[in-house]
Write a protein that binds this ligand. Structure first.
Ligand code: HEC
Ligand SMILES: [Cu+2]
Length: 312
């Protein structure tokens, strides 16, 4: 009956899919069998015992064995379905501890995903195949609902609180997800692609951070990093002094260093200052800047350099 399952239901993209489909098909076939088991005798009895003038119908109104049978059997079936259902629900509700956690933010009308290392992506969820992922979701505005049909997972997203689900994707490739809670004009456009990648491809994507950076001019991308990577807590961009030197007008200028030497602020110096801040410490400041070695990707460094350059 696999043809029927694939005609009725989407691709089985996760471990849940098999469990859920099995139960779905079991209830479907149970309903088919019950339909005929009830309707065929009903039609037959209505015809067999129809009114015929002069016919004497046998007069039996009670059969205890039969009544016990048709009360107890359906009861057992319903209780069985209940336990099967609650077992599946518990499995879905409590994820394994080692899952990768991805933060999902829904807002009118897009999806934002954030990975454990800070990688962000919009409308694009990348997950490695055969590894469990745990999605922690919230909304910035109204009710949304994250639904990935191929994975058979779906859950409401509520502003002001977190909801979550987990799954283990099993089929490499592109899947779709959608918002399943009407959220206004753009609701039907609120879709994200779910890429199930091989571990290699996934690692590669994590290392490069996806292509979000390509959608911004370098200076703008740099400004986003300044804000998101925490540079803003120590560096201003308007010339005022903070815990670190302001970035305004530093490009091209001769910077005085601790110890008396001086250096011209160029691309290489900026890069070094981010990755090895202690190598050359600016005069008048403490060497408190943390190293960003391994935390900034090439595209982010390039963006930051372009941003600092633009602050003349
Ligand atoms: C905890 C505070 C702090 C944070 C956070 C911080 N910095 Fe710094 N930064 C400093 C201090 C202090 C200096 C000056 C001393 C030195 O050179 O190490 C400095 C110096 C620099 C310089 C050299 C500036 C000049 O005038 O020559 C650059 C470039 C720089 N930081 C980039 C960054 C970037 C990019 C980030 C974010 C990814 C960042 N910093 C985050 C404190 C910080
Ligand atoms: Cu929505």
């Amino acid at each position: 009956m696999d043809w029927l399952r694939s005609a009725l239901l989407p691709l089985q993209g996760s471990e849940f899919a098999k469990e859920i489909d099995l139960m779905y098909m079991a209830i479907f076939w149970l309903s088919v069998v019950m339909f005929f088991a009830l309707m065929v005798p009903m039609v037959w009895f209505s015809w067999r015992y129809r009114y015929v003038p002069g016919r004497v119908t046998p007069h039996q109104t009670h059969n205890t064995a039969l009544e016990v049978f048709w009360s107890v059997v359906p009861l057992l079936i319903c209780v069985g379905l209940f336990f099967w259902g609650i077992w599946g629900y518990m499995h879905f509700a409590v994820g394994p501890g080692e899952s990768m956690e991805i933060q999902v933010t829904a807002k009118k009308w897009l999806w934002q995903f954030e990975f454990p290392d800070g990688t962000r992506a919009v409308n694009e969820l990348h997950v490695p195949v055969n590894k469990s992922v745990h999605l922690v979701m919230t909304s910035e505005d109204v009710l949304h609902d994250f639904f990935i049909p191929d994975m058979r997972v779906k859950r409401d997203i509520v502003p002001g609180r977190y909801t979550e689900f987990w799954f283990t994707p099993t089929v490499v490739g592109e899947h779709t997800s959608t918002c399943a809670e009407y959220c206004g004009k753009g609701h039907s456009d609120m879709r994200a692609k779910v890429f199930v990648d091989t571990q290699e491809k996934f690692d590669d994507w994590m290392a490069t951070g996806g292509d979000e950076w390509m959608k911004h001019p370098p200076e703008e991308w740099g400004k986003i990093q300044w804000d998101q990577k925490g540079c803003a807590t120590c560096h201003t961009i308007d010339g005022s002094k903070s815990k670190g030197p302001s970035w305004k007008g530093i490009f091209g200028k001769a910077e005085k260093l601790k110890g008396g030497a001086s250096v011209t602020v160029d691309e290489n110096y900026l890069r070094e200052s981010m990755l090895q801040p202690q190598a050359k410490v600016v005069d008048g400041f403490e060497p408190i800047m943390p190293t960003f070695q391994g935390l900034l990707r090439e595209n982010e460094i390039r963006g930051l350099v372009a941003f600092i350059k633009s602050l003349q």
